[in-house]
Design a binder for this molecule. Structure first.
Ligand code: IFL
Length: 457
């Protein structure tokens, strides 16, 4: 049954979450079909109102650009491609691939974030190549990586934050662990596919340079100068600015068999568990601490940190990973949709919006891949049903300005990752599709599938 928007607006926040949180039964196949239908619906609206633009504005029907200012690279289209393929939305996938081959051009005089452009566009094109086998798509990924590569030519080997796509001029030397060290799976894959090791080597050098500058507690902080290697901030966090640095240490081991990265992951994780792990009322959180003294500096958690339970599970700490994910699932049950910031000490949101985030679904999917417990599917189901209730707008799915208001207040932005991440996580969680190898696979921080597609099905 489809519930009308008016009907959705009655009742308290907690009552508005899809099913009872600990009810782990559902018609998973039907849910998967529902996810697929929502993806097709959103794609068709994007095609009609924002074709080739970066992002659709789902409330007004307008569009916005990212990662360039005022120029578009078809970000949502590229991010959607492998999701369309794995769902079997083949004609839409083909029209997207055709657009990439005929219309996508990176020769633009404008600055982009090296990190965002790599995870979203290089990664999106690599997964689209994995799905299509099309060498032209791979050539586009290589062209873009070639334009980003000069950013790594700093004195330390850690990349500048930004680069001009046409001139190759880098800028913004103050960067973060996530901006510096979230490349190896994509760039290692690109090196494997092209035989050109410059991508992998640059990405790896940056990781090692960052790791070597960790504190005596084995913690990293959020800001560092890539020219001098001097830290510009003292806060260690598993959230924004650092999150995918830890993720890609594990991933480089998982995807590329990089044993040094496995060692770095173990060192960093042991430090986080020793200095940041906090239990409150039976819930597991990770405090922000001073990276040299270990003193707690904040009890606020970014929503982004809710990915961490999945990573802990992948790294072998299944009980802690499950506990961390359950802590966030309780916040989801309370508000329906996670707020962008949450203070676990006060039990209150600190940022009331939600940028249509995928992290809790990501963690649930990763944990489910490991132990197949229906509980993780149920968390993904609740994430999906709440999104359908609250984020659906006239022209697609939108972010929220306030998750605590009743009704929840919509903003007007569909970020590119929506197409690549949660829609794929939900579908893979529910569908049992033969197009995906559930035992041997790899999904990037942006949800791009770099390993695990099964063809001929
Ligand atoms: O781009 C997304 C990706 O998962 C990431 N950070 C945040 C985004 C989604 O919230 O690494």
């Amino acid at each position: 049954m489809r519930i009308g928007r008016r009907g959705m607006m009655a009742g308290t926040a907690a009552a508005l979450v899809g099913a009872k949180p600990h009810d782990t039964t559902a018609d998973w196949k039907a849910l998967a079909e529902d996810v697929k239908a929502e993806m097709a619906w959103a794609w068709d609206l994007y095609k009609e109102h924002a074709w080739g633009k970066d992002e659709i504005k789902p409330v007004s029907g307008g569009n916005s650009s990212f990662p360039l200012k005022n120029r578009h690279l078809g970000l949502s289209l590229v991010e959607a491609l492998d999701t369309l393929w794995v769902m079997g939305l083949d004609s839409r996938f083909r029209e997207g691939i055709d657009w990439v081959k005929t219309s996508l051009d990176f020769d633009v005089d404008g600055e982009v974030s090296v990190f965002e452009t790599s995870i979203r566009l290089v990664g999106g094109l690599l997964s689209a190549h994995h799905a299509s086998g099309d060498r032209t798509v791979l050539a586009k990924a290589k062209d873009l990586a070639d334009r980003l590569l000069p950013a790594f030519a700093s004195p330390t080997g850690m990349p500048y934050r930004k680069i001009n796509l046409r001139t190759g001029k880098p800028s913004e030397p103050i960067s973060s662990p996530a901006d510096i060290a979230t490349y190896l799976p994509e760039w290692g894959t690109l090196s494997r596919l092209t035989g050109d090791m410059r991508y992998r080597d640059a990405a790896r050098k940056a990781v090692v340079a960052l790791f070597d500058r960790r504190s005596r507690l084995d913690l990293v902080a959020t800001q560092i100068d890539v020219r001098s290697g001097e830290w510009r901030d003292r806060r260690a966090t598993i959230g924004s600015y650092c999150d995918s640095f830890f993720e890609y240490l594990w991933d480089a081991w998982q995807l590329l068999g990089d044993t040094a990265c496995k060692h770095m992951y173990d060192v960093c994780t042991a430090a986080i568990l020793k200095h940041q792990q906090t239990w409150k009322g039976g819930n597991l959180w990770f405090a922000d601490v001073d990276f040299e003294s270990g003193q707690v500096v904040s009890t606020e958690q970014d929503e982004l940190a809710s990915f961490y339970g999945g990573l802990l599970g992948q790294g072998g700490a299944m009980k802690l990973g499950a506990a961390c994910t359950e802590s966030w699932a309780k916040v989801q049950t309370r508000f329906g949709i996670l707020p962008e910031g949450y203070d676990y000490a006060k039990g209150e949101p600190t940022q009331k919006g939600n940028a249509l985030r995928p992290e809790l679904a990501d963690a649930a999917f990763n944990l489910w891949l490991l132990d197949r417990k229906p509980r993780w599917r149920a968390i993904g189901r609740d994430h999906f049903l709440a999104m359908k209730r609250w984020n659906k707008a006239r022209y697609g799915y939108t972010d929220l300005a306030d998750v605590t208001s009743d009704p929840k207040r919509q903003a007007d932005h569909c970020p590119g990752y929506w197409w690549s991440e949660q829609m794929k996580y939900y579908y893979l969680l529910f569908a049992d599709t033969p197009r995906f190898d559930y035992r041997r696979n790899y999904l990037s921080t942006e949800g791009n599938v770099l390993l695990g597609f099964r063809h001929g099905r």
